[in-house]
Design a protein around this ligand. Structure first.
Ligand SMILES: Cc1cc2nc3c(=O)[nH]c(=O)nc-3n(C[C@H](O)[C@H](O)[C@H](O)COP(=O)(O)OP(=O)(O)OC[C@H]3O[C@@H](n4cnc5c(N)ncnc54)[C@H](O)[C@@H]3O)c2cc1C
Length: 422
């Protein structure tokens, strides 16, 4: 049986494992799915690994669970696949815990990240996800297969590899690691409990969802005489568009490739990148004690008592000293490039032929022209649909990936094999 290796037993990995189990139940022959996880499954959501306190609300409605939007990807077998996926829904999870009515009566609130992580782990257990403990440390191609090396030893051979996870926080030039006065979107949450004691000048760099919740937490917990500057390259904090017309592309990207590339890029800017959710906006609107500054953090110089931020806005440069700087500019979705060995790099470069990787993601969310397949849902937003990098259509994502390995029932609609380029 062929093996599909997924780096990360988080939302995407567990959704793929659940779908593979559902395909088996429906009589389709899925590959063996192996999830490689360096920490706790769904650990990003607990608060124990940074990234969140665990108590922040999920931005996405939980009804967009591991099977959503329950697409009919498997022809005559679609009904059986969906039936099998019903074992892994969010309502089913709450029913099993006896909290479904409570959740409905309270207005179907967004769960805390920690609760979402519990749901994912419950799905992983229910579908019998095969999880290998270890950190993916290297990835190369040998004899037509992926060879995934684990830190501390161990190899996994796979016909295909899926990369998941937000990646490490994006950095500003000069940003030191492990400095007590410089935190980031991951480490902030591991120190948030210590912030209430001292007044100080604080700079938050960034304007997305992570930055928004950091500002909210600071404004609620810091000493009342603290000042908080939020540095945003666009000069204004924007909230996400959440109209039906915007949301529908996240659930069902069928029409997405018909939009011109420039319009797809505009859509992603407007609804996804560097914007925050309406929940975060509603909370921010009630808060005082922070101000927005227009500019980019061009460089950081961290001393023992203060951190100097060089702020660039157009041609202007200004140096401002702060007592604490939190860099929350998002996460590096290209982190996987550091894993790739020589042969993988050579083949990836040949497949790209100088083009932008984001434009080359095919219907299976893999790099066009690269064999064996490397699935990069995190980069699939531009070419395939805005929901693939995040939690918006985990069921469709799983179908798109697994259809590369599962012989189609004759009646199933064929996926177009071309990648979409404007
Ligand atoms: C705090 C936070 C809140 C977010 N909220 C939302 C939201 O509400 N809605 C939304 O759509 N998106 C949200 N996102 C974006 C989010 O990154 C993705 O939507 C989501 O994580 C996708 O699931 P995933 O499986 O890719 O990642 P995760 O669920 O984070 O799982 C990735 C897993 O990979 C593991 N891992 C990483 N590197 C390695 C390695 N080298 N070896 C082995 N294991 C590894 C990690 O330990 C982790 O368990 C949020 C991101 C963050 C950081």
């Amino acid at each position: 049986m062929r093996t599909l290796a997924v780096i990360g037993a988080g939302a995407k990995g567990i959704a793929i494992a659940a779908k593979a189990r559902a395909l088996a139940a429906a009589g389709l022959g899925p590959p063996r799915v192996v999830l490689v996880e360096r920490g706790t499954p769904a650990g990003t959501w607990t608060g124990d690994q940074g990234y969140t306190s665990g108590l922040l609300p999920l931005g996405t409605p939980p009804e967009k669970d591991v099977g959503y939007p329950y697409p009919e990807s498997w022809g005559a077998a679609s009904g059986a696949v969906t039936e099998a996926m019903m074992a892994y829904t969010w309502p089913r999870h709450l029913i099993a815990r006896g909290t479904y009515a409570d959740w409905v009566d309270r207005g179907r609130l967004r769960p805390a990240h920690r609760e979402w992580g519990e749901y994912l782990r419950a799905v992983g257990a229910a579908c019998g996800a095969e999880i290998v403990a270890g950190e993916a440390a290297s990835l190369d191609i040998e004899d037509g297969h992926w060879r995934l090396g684990l830190a501390g030893g161990g190899l996994i051979d796979a016909a295909g590899v899926v990369l998941t996870g937000p990646g490490p926080p994006t950095q500003v030039p000069g940003q030191p690691r492990g400095h007590p006065l410089v935190l980031d979107g991951r480490t902030f949450w591991q120190h948030a409990g210590d912030l209430g004691q001292r007044a100080g000048s604080i700079c938050v760099v960034g304007s997305g969802e992570t930055a928004a919740w950091i500002v909210i937490t600071l404004a609620q917990q810091c000493h009342e005489r603290s000042t908080i500057d939020v540095l945003t390259s666009r000069g204004v904090l924007y909230s996400r568009g959440e109209s039906y017309d915007e949301n529908r592309f996240y659930s069902d990207p069928g029409d997405w490739p018909r939009l011109a590339e420039s319009h797809r890029r505009e859509f992603l800017e407007r609804t996804d990148r560097g914007v925050f959710s309406v929940q975060a906006e509603a909370t921010l609107n009630k808060l005082h004690g922070f101000r927005t500054l227009a500019g980019r953090a061009v460089a950081l110089e961290a001393g023992q008592r203060q951190v100097v931020v060089t702020i660039g806005y157009g041609e202007d440069r200004e140096r401002v000293a702060y007592d604490l700087v939190i860099v929350a500019m998002g996460f590096n979705s290209r982190w996987f490039e550091g894993l790739l060995g020589g042969e993988a790099q050579r083949r990836l470069a040949a497949a790209r032929a100088g083009d932008d990787l984001e434009r080359l993601i095919d219907v299976n969310l893999a790099v066009t022209g690269l064999e064996p397949p490397l699935h990069l849902p995190v980069l699939a937003g531009l070419a395939q649909g805005p929901g693939f990098p995040n939690l918006s259509c985990l069921g469709l994502l799983s179908d798109r990936v697994l259809r590369r390995y599962v012989p189609l029932p004759e009646t199933a609609p064929q996926l177009s094999e071309r990648s979409y380029r404007a």
